[in-house]
Design a protein around this ligand. Structure first.
Ligand SMILES: Cc1cc2nc3c(=O)[nH]c(=O)nc-3n(C[C@H](O)[C@H](O)[C@H](O)COP(=O)(O)OP(=O)(O)OC[C@H]3O[C@@H](n4cnc5c(N)ncnc54)[C@H](O)[C@@H]3O)c2cc1C
Length: 552
């Protein structure tokens, strides 16, 4: 059972404390309680439980959760080259963002792992990542036949013909076999149960079996509706955290062994900064005592920005779907191995060649996904189809920082969208928009289309497309990298390859914040793998020898 109550006599009972019962946090809670049955584990989640809550569990309802009571709903700072109006949804519920996202599931590319290793992330290679992902408990498969509608099928056919690229039956199988995706189109793999349309989120896959009583874990306590406000440090050792229960009661929890921070790429660094762990100048300027100087906290904010092109349809979309975004296309716009000429040493420090792996991606949306187009005056037709070109390996990077020592003030998220000096990011969107138009002219998909709504036929030149594409730019909701993993010599790294915070004992970070660079694809499976890896590393240190391959 989950609980919202903890008594003051229990504060010293636990061996491990996990902050955040989100995507990675649920994996770690489940695995640690399995691997170390004699250790007591406490998971502290700010939001409520998702157990038996169909409002959260029904995947198709995902959009209704955004901006609501289960969303931290972060804004962005002014984005001179992009869109300053983007809202960054982050879930406040057990399962974290895997409880309100679209659960599109991709394995990382071998190239992504090579770049990570080249940045000092020893042991995070493709073989290990594939082993960890093979071990995930989520139910993941390509969109079921019963959820494939005719518009989407026709779109896939037209993508294949117009761009002269293969239809991929199973993207993840392709990644396993070849290490990446080149150009191709197909239905996504999704973590869901096709029989009832419910999520196979981190909480459903890892925690619900315990809550249902199918798995017995007397050593696991899941405290919900409890906010962690501070990480406590003494003599360069994290001694635990301060929390506020739903009742308002404040407690200090002191684990016997370790604290694991899994509050996500925004909230882990928010919590660290408020605790005095981060860039000294920022903290001093805000009169927050510097407990441990770490310049990298909040830097290296990564995301997958996307833009949108929308058509009105001749007829309503047939009802079959998983969550209105069932398929996607991968393209290559740059010459082979173009990444070697990237001049930013922090993005690809060893100049690893990227061959011809995909560098443009588009999701399709079978709904009017018009959050950002209506603001510019475009209409929102009832029957609409959108393509959303995104930048798989973006070159602009931003930062998260505090503007106040008041914990109630949300941190500022400055993504610095489209600020890379080579204009690579904006050009990628332009290439995507042009490809989308080419696909729209191709039967059988073209037969469904009545008119292009946005940007509309008047917008034609590369410059016009770039301007439009950046103005309506949105996020694929993938913030990462703000407490990045890296080598000892990299002073901007926040954690080492064992996920331990530099210079502190008794603490690790395991969430999307540890990504040193962005994965080419949607990150959720990689975050789940970070959770699996963290659990192995922690359990190994405590004497678990369940999988000898777990050693670095
Ligand atoms: C709308 C949306 C759609 C997405 N779609 C996809 C997709 O289809 N495929 C994909 O691969 N990725 C997708 N993503 C991204 C993916 O879901 C995230 O990258 C991933 O889930 C992040 O996991 P995490 O463990 O880092 O953080 P989270 O899952 O966000 O977990 C953090 C947890 O910590 C809790 N927490 C935060 N602060 C505190 C605190 N102070 N005290 C206590 N608890 C706290 C939060 O409530 C939350 O439960 C999407 C994301 C969103 C928002």
């Amino acid at each position: 059972m989950t609980t919202t109550f903890l008594s003051s006599s229990q504060v010293g009972d636990f061996d491990y404390v996990i902050v955040g019962g989100g995507t990675a946090g649920c994996v770690i809670a489940s695995r640690l309680s399995e691997y170390l049955p004699h250790k007591k584990i406490l998971t502290i989640e700010a939001g409520p439980s998702d157990f038996n809550n169909d409002r959260v569990l029904k995947l198709k309802e995902w959009l209704t959760l955004l901006g609501g009571d289960l969303d931290y709903d972060y804004g962005t700072t002014e984005q001179p080259n992009g869109n300053s109006h983007i809202r960054h949804s982050r879930a406040k519920v057990l399962g974290g963002c895997s409880s309100h996202n679209t659960l599109i599931s991709f394995r990382p590319f071998e190239y992504d792992c090579q770049v990570w290793e080249s940045m000092g992330c020893k042991g995070w290679n493709f073989k290990t990542m594939m082993r960890l992902i093979d071990n995930l408990r989520n139910q993941i498969q390509p969109v079921h036949n019963r959820h494939r509608n005719q518009v989407c099928k026709d779109w896939i056919k037209s993508c294949s013909t117009a761009m002269d690229i293969p239809i991929i039956k199973d993207f993840n199988q392709e990644i396993c076999e070849t290490g990446s995706l080149q150009q191709g189109v197909g239905f996504f793999s999704v973590a869901y149960n096709p029989d009832d349309g419910r999520r196979s989120s981190a909480s459903v896959a890892y925690i619900h079996p315990v809550l249902r009583g199918d798995e017995n874990r007397p050593n696991l306590t899941i405290l919900t509706n409890a906010w962690v406000s501070k990480v406590n440090v003494s003599n360069k050792t994290v001694t635990g955290v301060n929390i506020t229960l739903q009742s308002g009661t404040k407690l200090t929890i002191s684990p016997k062994i370790e604290t694991i921070l899994c509050a996500g790429a925004v909230d882990t660094c928010r919590l660290l900064l408020l605790s005095g762990i981060g860039p000294s100048k920022q903290l001093t300027d805000l009169s927050i005592p510097v407990i441990h100087s770490l310049p990298g906290v909040g830097e290296n904010l990564l995301d997958h920005p996307e833009t949108i092109i929308m058509w009105e349809l001749n007829a309503p979309i047939p009802p079959q779907t998983t969550m209105d975004s069932d398929a996607g296309i991968f393209l290559r716009r740059e010459l082979p191995d173009a990444a070697t000429s990237n001049t930013d040493p922090f993005l690809n420090p060893k100049g690893l060649p990227d061959g011809t792996i995909a560098d443009v991606m588009m999701h399709c949306y079978q709904i009017p996904f018009c959050l950002n187009t209506t603001r510019l005056g475009y209409d929102a037709p009832l029957n609409a189809f959108c393509m959303t070109p995104n930048i798989p390996r973006p070159r602009s990077r931003g930062r998260i920082f505090l503007t106040s020592s008041d914990p109630a003030v949300k941190p500022s998220l400055d993504f610095r969208y489209f600020t890379d000096p080579e204009d690579y990011d904006a050009q990628t969107l332009v290439a995507g928009l042009k490809a989308a138009r080419k696909i729209a002219q191709q039967a059988p998909f073209s037969k469904w289309l009545k008119r292009e709504v946005a940007p509309g036929p008047a917008v034609q030149t590369d410059q016009e497309l770039s301007e439009y594409g950046r103005k309506v730019a949105h996020t694929v909701y993938h913030p990462a990298g703000t407490t990045k993993m890296g080598a000892k010599e990299d002073e901007m790294a926040v954690v080492d390859p064992e996920l331990k915070i530099r210079g502190l004992k008794g603490v690790r970070i395991a969430d999307a914040g540890v990504f040193p660079s962005m994965t080419t694809i949607n990150p959720m499976l990689t975050v789940l793998a970070v959770g699996e890896r963290a659990a192995e590393l922690i359990a190994w240190e405590a004497g678990w020898r369940g999988d000898v391959r777990a050693r670095l």
